[in-house]
Design a protein around this ligand. Structure first.
Ligand code: RB5
Length: 147
């Protein structure tokens, strides 16, 4: 599975923790930055390139982190084909993929700690979209908005 990750200054520290942890698990990871801590940087500069790579099928799933996770999710959902959500609980990390085909997990670097983030990332990465008819029907109603 090809995974991408991106963060602004608000998610910079958590991104480093997640990269270290995922790499130790043997995951292949593409880092879209930020590559250094700059308090004046802007989350769209990192999140949008990650979102575009997901939309282009260059990546299977992505993780985007800003201070709250809100800006990252708002920005990423502007890219057609991306289904991003800010997640703070395990149920949604799993069900967001199974039912809603979430392909970009957004996290708040100033909201959750590394252990919780790792648990959410694990659930997100392990989950698969069910493809059930009712979910496909609902997702089509959403993706039709992108036309
Ligand atoms: C940056 O200060 C902060 O606004 C950003 O990281 C994010 O939380 C936006 O939603």
């Amino acid at each position: 599975m090809k995974i991408g990750i991106a963060a602004d200054h608000g998610g910079f520290a958590l991104k480093a923790e997640i990269i270290k942890w995922l790499t130790s698990q043997g995951h292949e990871l593409k880092d879209f930055g930020a590559y250094s801590l700059n308090e004046g940087d802007d989350y769209p500069d990192f999140v949008i390139p990650l979102a575009k790579a997901i939309a282009a099928n260059e990546l299977t799933k992505g993780i985007a982190i800003c201070g709250s996770g809100v800006g990252a999710s708002i920005a990423a959902n502007k890219v057609a084909g991306v289904r991003a959500a800010l997640i703070n609980d395990g149920f949604s990390a799993r069900q967001g993929v199974e039912d809603d085909a979430m392909n970009l997990l957004c996290l708040g670097g100033r909201v959750i700690g590394a252990s919780m983030a790792e648990e959410l990332v694990q659930l997100f990465l392990k989950a698969n979209y069910s493809g059930a008819e009712r979910h496909a029907r609902r997702l089509k109603k959403v993706s039709d908005l992108e036309k």
